[in-house]
Each structure stands twice: as structure tokens, then as C-alpha cells.
Write a protein that binds this ligand. Structure first.
Ligand code: NA7
Length: 541
């Protein structure tokens, strides 16, 4: 029996990590603790992942700062201070950089290094990764910490090369200050990025024209500076709060609704929605009743409430109606939280173009054209979204056992056992991969869980036989079917969303995240680990 891989005396890492955001950095820390050498390859010129790239005006997390942070080190969470209820991009990036320095992680990160291809070498039991610059590196284990929303989808806007003005993608925003003073700005896309950016751009620009294909549900963020004493009070019970987060459905502690929206009198229901609207952020409203994501009639009560608030906020009734979502149930496309989105349309110079009434023709010299005419613009902001959850994995397209590429294995849709490993791809792991709660949860909670679980599995495999571990096809089928069954019992499949791959032409339509809840999922993963990793097999190569 060949022996298990051990740390190479020549400096070869035990684990190659792709990505140095929240997931990649914690992997480096955890692997070091387990006595393994790890190297992270990071395409960006700096660390931070999502929060390195997304510098668009108004970029802010939709999970509260004291929840959207690492919990693995009690001293870290006590010494760091947040300034606002919802952290902005710069503050989150500053936090990530602090963590990297505090735990001396940068020495194991190679920035400006994009992994271009990866292949499993069965004879040496190594993943061989080639970078875009042509270097190669190898390690027994490869962990994809590439994020769920990191590869912009092709914008699908004709004629960009003819536009002639400045073109920005929200997810690839320049590092230098971008001024819109006195300029006419066209924004295409009304997901979170567009909805966060529009009010901030509108404060500065001469004109903003927002091109909306699908009206989206957006709730007030109710963002504010943290009040004196508020942070200290939570820090005093932070451990308990973190434990509750891990055992909650979304990774954010909070009350669990146990009543149907249809069970309560209308006045009581409206009061509950109003409370959530005025205080709650994204999850407050979704948590008001137990059946908002499973019962269309219950959902309609929340959707009606939000549409009524849009009518109140927007002066022009035709604009208010165009902004009112009617194509999908509330929550089935990622709802947004905003700071002044709807009221931005009351400003002079801000207008909405409803692409359902006048389809987009594309960019033209000096503007954007629809079926009805041309709208002049100096700058074009593409807030058109991502090839979510699988984009970064299929972009690298690792070749597994017998040289089978991941894209071929996933031709009918992604299949990943428990969202962490893929049958036929030994020693390859995905942090917050398809089939895990990921984007339906507080990402940091889910990232920490995956990093801990995956590194434990690697350590377990390393100490046994050849050190090669792989998901079993039957177990993977069971889990992938289970994810789809759970999704089918919800309203999620009723929307054309990036949760289902519907935003990328040609992408197989499969519900990508696991909607069963962080708490349920944690029980499953703990059960698998304590059974000696049932559903995984150790193999010769
Ligand atoms: P999203 O949520 O995918 O939003 C993209 C938006 O861009 C959405 O409104 C799309 O309309 C629109 N879009 C995309 N392509 C086009 C074209 N070709 N023409 C017109 N409109 C288009 O991405 P975000 O970056 O806003 O947010 C991503 C996530 O990051 C967010 O949910 C948070 O979790 C954080 P559609 O709805 O497809 O009709």
C-alpha cells in the first residue's frame, strides 16, 4: 500500500487553495493549525475576494456586520469594532485585511495569480494546477474557495464596443475614485448591485437612466451607525449568539415564525410587516411568517405590502407601477435591501426605462437604445450579475479521474455531494459549492462550517491509506436529488433567478443552493463525519 502524502521537504504544499477571500483565508489558517502547508492562488492584486472586487458606489453587505464576521477566534471578535449596522465594502475589506495580518496569512497567498487549469494526476496522486502566467504548482488536495458570485456573466448587451463612453461593471469597479459629477449615467440591471448603486450615483450625476428588465423586491436597509453600547452588549454574549447562528435556518439568530401569514387577521399581519419594514432588513420580513417561501397566497400578502410601500415612496404613479414586482413571488429572486432606491426616482434627472415595455436593443454611440428610441449617456454601468455558484468552478474546469472535465460531468447541471465534493474528482473540495446553503445563508457562517468540515476530512484522509478521498456517486445522487426535492416544495423555482441558473443563457436549470436551512444541513454534515464519512470512499488513486 503506498503511503499517505506528507508535507513535502521541498516546500510543496499539501493543499492548494484557489481564492483568498473569507473562505481562502480561513482555509490557510485552519490548515496551518492542522499542521498542513497550504498555498492560496488569488487572481486579484489583493486579498478579499468579493469585497476586493465590488467597489461600486453604495456596495454594502445585506447581513449585519456583527453577524457577517468570523467567529472562529473569540479574541478576534472582541477586539474588532464595526461602525455601522450594515458594513460597507471598504469596512469589510479592512476587516479581512486585519484578519490576514493578525494571523500572518499573507505569506501563503500568491496574488495576481489566476489558476487557469487543474488536472488530477492519478499516478502521483496530485492536483496539478497551471496559472495564467504558465507556472505550475501541485498538491495532493485542491480546495476551491472561489466564491458564489465572483464571475460576471456576459452582460448580454449588444454594441458595447460602439458606446464610446466609460463602461463599468459593478463587480469589476476601478480602484481609483470614479466621479459622475455632471454626467449622464445609464445603469443596466436592478439586482442588489444596481439598486445599491443608483441612489448614490444619483446624488452626483446630472442624469441617471435606469434600465430595468425585472422589477425587484427591495426593502429598506434601515442602515445606521451602531449606537453607543450596542456593540458591547452583543460582544458580552457573542459566544452564545454565534452558537445560535450555527443552529439557525439562515446563519443569523432570530425568532422563528411558527404561524402562517394566512392565520392572522389582516391588521395584525400588516403591523408585523410594517415592523419588519421599519426595523428588519432582509431577513426580518422573510421571517415574519412561517410560510412566505412555501405558500403562494401567504407570499402574496407580503408582496402586496411591499408594492403598497413602493406606491407611497414614488411620486409618479406610472414609475411606481413599473417598479412594482409582479413576475415572481417575494423572496424567490434575491430581494435587495436599499438606502433610498425608490425615492431616488423622485429626483429630477432620474428616470426608469421598463425593458418589458420597450426591450433593450443595446448600446449605441453615446447612449443606450431600446425598441422605442435612444437614451443619451456618457457612462454605462453594467449591474448585470454573475454566473452564480458554478461560474468560477466551471471556468477553471478541473479535469478529474480519467481526464474527465468538470464541465462535462456537470453538463446536465452541477452535482456535488453535500455541496463539498464531486464524484470522479478525488481530493477536490468546494467551499459553499452547489447543493449547500451558501447564498441562502449568512455566507461567513457557511464558509466557516465548510472550511472546518473539509479540513477535518482532508486530515482524516491524509492519515489513512493513500490519502485519496472521493465522494461516492450513489451518495452524490441521493443528495443532489434531495436538494431538488426540497426546492420543489418551495416557491423558489417559480422565479427566473440566478438561484436556478436562469440568468445565464444555456445554463442548465437546476436549483443551486440547498434551501433546507443551515441548522438542518449542519446536522447532516455532522452525521456524515461521525459515521466515518459515509458517502465518501478512500481510494488508491
Ligand atoms: P443580479 O441580482 O443577478 O442582478 C442582475 C440584474 O441585471 C437583474 O436585474 C437582471 O435582470 C439584469 N440584467 C442582466 N442582464 C441583462 C440584460 N442583458 N439586459 C437587461 N437587464 C439585464 O446581480 P447583482 O450584481 O445585482 O447582485 C448579485 C448578488 O450579489 C445579490 O443578489 C446579492 O446576493 C449580492 P433580470 O432579473 O435577469 O431580468
Amino acid at each position: 500500500m503506498p503511503s499517505a502524502p506528507r508535507p513535502s521537504p521541498h516546500g510543496r504544499p499539501d493543499v492548494l487553495v484557489v481564492g483568498a477571500g473569507f473562505a481562502g483565508l480561513y482555509l490557510l489558517h485552519r490548515l496551518r493549525e492542522l499542521g498542513m502547508r497550504a498555498l492560496a492562488l488569488e487572481a486579484g492584486a489583493g486579498i478579499g475576494g468579493t469585497w476586493y472586487w465590488n467597489r461600486y458606489p453604495g456596495a454594502r453587505c445585506d447581513v449585519e456586520s456583527m453577524d457577517y464576521s468570523y467567529s472562529f477566534d473569540p479574541a478576534l471578535e472582541q477586539e474588532w469594532s464595526w461602525t455601522r449596522r450594515y458594513p460597507g465594502q471598504a469596512e469589510i475589506l479592512g476587516y479581512i485585511e486585519h484578519v490576514a495580518d493578525r494571523f500572518d496569512l499573507r505569506r501563503d497567498v500568491r496574488t495576481r495569480t489566476r489558476a487557469a487549469s487543474a488536472a488530477w494526476d492519478a499516478s502521483d496522486r496530485l492536483w496539478r494546477v497551471r496559472t495564467e502566467a504558465g507556472d505550475t504548482c501541485a498538491a495532493p488536495y485542491l480546495v476551491m474557495a472561489t466564491g458564489c458570485l465572483s464571475v460576471p456573466k456576459a452582460p448580454g448587451v449588444e454594441g458595447l464596443e460602439r458606446f464610446g463612453g466609460r463602461v463599468f461593471h459593478t463587480g469589476r469597479w476601478p480602484h481609483e475614485e470614479v466621479s459622475f459629477a455632471g454626467r449622464r449615467v445609464a445603469v443596466i440591471g436592478t439586482g442588489s448591485s444596481g439598486i445599491q448603486a443608483v441612489p448614490v450615483i444619483a446624488e452626483e450625476a446630472a442624469e441617471v437612466t435606469v434600465f430595468q428588465r425585472t422589477a425587484n423586491f427591495s426593502l429598506p436597509a434601515n442602515d445606521r451607525p451602531l449606537a453607543p453600547g450596542e456593540q458591547e452588549a452583543l460582544k458580552a454574549r457573542y459566544r452564545e449568539h454565534r452558537a445560535q447562528a450555527r443552529r439557525s435556518p439562515t446563519g443569523i439568530p432570530g425568532p422563528r415564525a411558527d404561524r402562517s401569514a394566512l392565520e392572522v387577521p389582516e391588521a395584525e399581519r400588516t403591523a408585523a410587516y410594517r415592523h419588519a419594514w421599519e426595523h428588519g432588513g432582509l431577513f426580518g420580513m422573510l421571517r415574519s411568517y412561517s410560510d412566505l417561501t412555501t405558500d403562494a397566497d401567504a407570499n402574496a400578502t407580503a408582496a402586496d405590502f411591499i408594492r403598497a410601500r413602493i406606491s407611497e415612496a414614488v411620486d409618479d404613479p406610472a414609475t411606481a407601477e413599473a417598479l412594482s414586482p409582479r413576475t415572481h413571488p417575494f423572496g424567490t429572486k434575491r430581494p435587495c435591501i436599499d438606502s433610498g432606491y425608490y425615492t431616488a426616482f423622485n429626483r429630477e434627472g432620474v428616470r426608469l426605462v421598463d425593458l418589458r415595455a420597450e426591450p433593450l436593443a443595446g448600446a449605441v454611440p453615446g447612449g443606450v437604445a431600446t425598441a422605442r428610441g435612444e437614451y443619451p449617456a456618457d457612462d454605462l454601468v453594467l449591474a448585470t450579475g454573475y454566473d452564480a455558484m458554478t461560474g468560477a468552478l466551471t471556468a477553471l474546469d478541473p479535469h478529474g479521474r480519467d481526464g474527465v472535465p468538470l464541465r462535462r460531468a456537470w453538463a446536465e447541471g452541477p452535482a456535488a455531494h453535500l455541496g463539498v465534493a464531486v464524484a470522479g474528482f478525488p481530493n477536490l473540495f468546494t467551499v459553499t459549492g452547489p447543493g449547500s446553503p451558501s447564498v441562502l445563508s449568512n455566507m461567513v457562517v457557511s464558509i466557516e462550517q465548510h472550511v472546518e468540515w473539509i479540513t477535518d476530512l482532508i486530515a482524516w484522509a491524509r492519515d489513512r491509506g493513500t490519502g485519496v478521498v472521493e465522494a461516492e456517486p450513489a451518495a452524490q445522487r441521493w443528495w443532489t436529488d434531495h436538494v431538488q426535492e426540497v426546492a420543489a416544495a418551495t416557491l423558489f423555482p417559480r422565479a427566473d433567478s440566478w438561484y436556478t441558473g436562469a440568468n445565464v443563457p444555456g445554463k442548465p436549470r437546476v436549483f443551486l443552493p440547498y434551501p433546507g436551512g443551515v441548522d438542518v444541513y449542519r446536522d447532516v454534515l455532522e452525521g456524515v463525519a461521525s459515521s466515518g464519512y459515509e458517502g465518501f470512499r478512500l481510494s488508491r488513486a
